[in-house]
Design a protein around this ligand. Structure first.
Ligand SMILES: Cc1cc2nc3c(=O)[nH]c(=O)nc-3n(C[C@H](O)[C@H](O)[C@H](O)COP(=O)(O)O)c2cc1C
Length: 371
């Protein structure tokens, strides 16, 4: 990957029209007009037109992904859309068994579903449709639907969401907010547990410390992290301006050359909540679904105004993942990802938007995939 790329590559991305705060209103107008347009179209069409599909895919590309690798490929068929995993973007030293990659693709799949719905199309998703092609993660069919204001709010959350790696404020997250966020994740069949009580919370923080310490002694992991972070204008990887100066926060991944100042929080008992997502199996389908649940949790939390940060470092090592499974889940499920949720410190600047690859690099016609 090239760390420094021409600014114009980023500026030309079609996603930029949704990326800036002052353009959120324009996006809502777009979604609302698109919804009524789609309702008119619903009588006659059975598949979204190219422009509608493209704008849904642009929003899907805003999905979070490990190290902002964006390991997805979309293939557009005559009346179907297909999601493929781009295995060439798996991180061999961070994500040896490809869990983070599948989670990232699952998040993109759910973003696509949310975006399509706001444009008046219900997505029917067939997961892992072809056992002979494991990288074929989903085929999607559409049928017209009428979208609600909630659907539009959730789609708006896509362009508002950013990974916020800073400490959150000491304001309590209301129980009703937590319930809504947990229910959104659970609706995908994934268990979402608020790890609040002791000794589970301390156990979880210890797992982060152990993982960070093991990774600190792994040169290959360090080289991979350096390759995928500290970027300035690249359309992939974690930009330096998004990597927080970690300080004493055990949950923060230690990106080299961090450029985001830590938030000033006087109360050391900051009220961030740690939501642990787990599945009853640990196969590809479970991981894909955990990614969809990740999207559901993040978008619901964002819609409620909460800041979020997906975290997987302790899941990337066998030892720390096993400890979480045994000591927190009582060996009843497989931990997949942790999502830290809370209120951003009011004085903190908004987190800068992380760039994405141009849409044409990840979207193509079905017959060009070779699959
Ligand atoms: C599966 C997965 C694992 C992630 N793990 C971490 C992590 O351990 N630490 C972290 O700071 N961010 C993590 N992230 C956040 C990504 O780095 C982030 O989504 C990406 O840089 C794009 O930025 P954005 O979310 O602000 O759009 C993870 C995201 C996903 C989907």
């Amino acid at each position: 990957m090239t760390a420094a790329m021409d600014e114009s590559v980023v500026a030309n991305q079609p996603l930029d029209r949704f990326g800036q705060p002052e353009e959120v209103a324009a996006m809502v107008r777009f979604l609302v007009s698109e919804a009524t347009y789609s309702e008119r179209q619903a009588m006659t069409r059975t598949h979204p037109d190219q422009e509608t599909l493209r704008s849904a895919l642009a929003l899907a590309s805003r999905a979070p992904s490990v190290h902002n690798t964006q390991p997805w490929l979309w293939r557009v068929g005559h009346e179907t859309l297909h999601l493929y995993a781009d295995e060439s973007r798996r991180l061999p030293h961070t994500d040896p068994d490809g869990r983070d990659l599948l989670l990232s693709c699952g998040a993109a799949l759910d973003h696509l579903r949310v975006a399509a719905r706001a444009e008046g199309w219900e997505a029917t998703i067939h997961r892992l449709p072809n056992p002979a092609t494991p990288e074929h993660l989903a085929s999607v069919e559409f049928r017209p639907t009428t979208c609600s204001s909630e659907d539009i709010e959730l789609a708006r959350a896509i362009s508002r969401r950013s990974t916020d790696r800073r400490r959150f404020s000491s304001w309590e997250v209301p129980a009703a907010h937590l319930e809504a966020v947990i229910a959104a994740g659970a609706s995908t069949g994934v268990l979402v547990r608020d790890v609040d009580a002791e000794p589970a919370r301390t156990e979880l923080l210890r797992a982060f410390e152990r993982a960070a310490s093991q990774h600190a002694h792994d040169d290959s992991y360090g080289a991979e992290l350096a390759q995928w972070s500290g970027t300035h204008a690249a359309p992939q990887g974690v930009p330096a301006r998004n990597a927080v100066v970690t300080g004493s926060d055990p949950t923060a991944r230690r990106f080299p050359h961090p450029g985001l100042p830590q938030a000033v929080v006087r109360d050391i008992d900051a009220d961030d909540r740690m939501l642990l997502l787990s599945t009853s199996s640990d196969d590809r389908l479970s991981r894909l679904r955990a990614g969809e649940a990740t999207s559901a949790v993040l978008l619901t939390a964002t819609r409620l105004g909460l800041a979020t940060c997906p975290l997987t470092e302790p899941m990337e090592l066998t030892d720390t993942r096993r400890r979480i499974r045994t000591n927190i889940l009582d060996d009843t499920g497989f931990p997949q990802i942790i999502i830290r949720v809370g209120w951003a410190v009011p004085s903190a600047e908004p987190v800068p938007v992380t760039p994405r690859r141009p849409l044409d690099e990840v979207v193509g016609p079905l017959d060009s995939s070779g699959s």
